[in-house]
Write a protein that binds this ligand. Structure first.
Ligand SMILES: Nc1ncnc2c1ncn2[C@@H]1O[C@H](COP(=O)(O)OP(=O)(O)O)[C@@H](O)[C@H]1O
Ligand SMILES: [Mg+2]
Length: 362
């Protein structure tokens, strides 16, 4: 897929711009604080996901204004498509192909992109939550079924958690918890299987790139680590038993202590846990390999190339890794931000734009 044009108004420091990117690589350069990340963030919102850097929707609205508007045309599934999003104090409302207004989260699975930003580097050193969000974001774009399961799981989980917090006041609470545990286990089982299979596919793609980046010296491995089904021999019923056995622990904690919301992705290099072991350079290489694998997997599943958004990452990579990344951007449409446009344009053909005080110059 590719973005044809992208108009935004009153989005953060951007009063009004129309971005018409090239089919290939686009560089948006400028000094700090000019609006480069804001532009990428507004493109990222077309996926229907929440922003990668803000929790509150009102933060998007330009100071002194009441709402902001994002309007984009892109080519996907052999035709032009359209998304219009309005962000106001009521939240994010989106309309796809003029088919009526819905909540922005309904856009999931349409516009697909892979984002690589400075925060992505936390994939290795950050907490399990960061690795789970990486898997969830990719899978929600690839699979409508996964999106439904995740929503289902979160709903039942929060119902169960509110029972756990009130356990001494609700009569018959243990019978109710039994029912919730079974429902939770059913959806947890599906989510766990889908995440495991995603991680296996990711590894089969990432290991090759990682070897290449490390000069054929180091081997990366990924293992999805489930808090319920530690290995494939554990049956569904044994999984439920495990959840039930944790009941007292859950009551004491006031929340459910096992399940996909507590799982992790274990990343190792030559058998060592990358979280404690990887050097800065190794972390960057791992994230680079994982992000490229994510893009390939998305293409494989959707039959479309995702848009790549690379926010200020080139300057964080050394020369060899910059070369490696730019060489791999063969035919995905890409938007790269940074202070120095030459980092890209001296290596490959690119359309260059300048962002200055929220205005786009080309
Ligand atoms: N709601 C808002 N209204 C006006 N300006 C905003 C708003 N949110 C963020 N900004 C401004 O946007 C600028 C940051 O833009 P950003 O895209 O992060 O810069 P960079 O070019 O370094 O990536 C800052 O100057 C910040 O004050
Ligand atoms: Mg920035």
């Amino acid at each position: 897929m590719h973005l044809l044009n992208h108009s935004i108004s009153n989005f953060r420091n951007i009063e009004a711009i129309r971005f018409i990117p090239d089919r290939g690589v686009n560089v948006v350069f400028g000094q700090n604080g000019q609006g480069k990340t804001n532009l990428l963030e507004s493109i990222f919102l077309l996926t229907g996901a929440k922003s990668f850097r803000t929790k509150k929707d009102v933060d998007f609205i330009r100071q002194g204004e009441e709402k902001c508007l994002i309007e984009s045309k892109f080519f996907l599934n052999s035709r032009d498509q359209h998304i219009r999003m309005i962000i106001s104090s009521k939240g994010r409302i989106a309309e796809k192909n003029r088919g009526g207004e819905k909540r922005a989260s309904s856009l999931a699975g349409i516009f697909c992109c892979v984002l690589f930003s400075a925060e992505s580097l936390l994939l290795v050193k950050g907490g399990p939550q960061q690795r789970r969000s990486f898997i969830d974001f990719a899978l929600c774009q690839i699979s409508p079924k996964y999106l439904i399961e995740i929503k289902n799981y979160s709903r039942v989980l929060s119902q169960k958690n509110s029972l756990l917090r009130d356990v001494y006041r609700i009569p018959g609470v243990y019978d109710m918890l039994d029912v919730y545990d079974r429902q939770l286990a059913e959806t947890a089982r599906v989510i766990t299987k889908m995440r495991k299979s995603f991680c296996e596919n990711l590894l089969s793609l990432a290991e090759h790139d990682y070897l290449a980046i490390s000069g054929n010296r180091e081997q990366i491995n990924l293992t999805y680590s489930s808090t319920i089904w530690e290995d494939d021999k554990i049956s569904f019923e044994q999984g439920i038993d495990k959840i039930t056995r944790l009941r007292d622990t859950d009551v004491r904690a006031g929340f459910s202590t096992a399940g996909p919301h507590r799982d992790d992705l274990l990343i190792t290099i030559d058998g060592n846990d990358a979280r404690g072991f990887a050097s800065q350079g190794q972390q960057r290489s791992i994230v680079l390999a994982l992000k490229l694998a994510e893009a390939s997997l998305m293409e494989r599943s959707l039959g479309e190339k995702p848009l790549l958004l690379l926010d200020d990452v080139l300057s964080e990579l050394d020369g060899n890794r910059q070369d490696f990344l730019l060489e791999r951007l063969t035919d995905c449409q890409t938007v790269i931000t940074g202070c120095d446009p030459l980092l890209v344009s001296k290596r490959i053909d690119a359309s260059v734009f300048e962002m200055r005080e929220g205005r786009l110059l080309s």
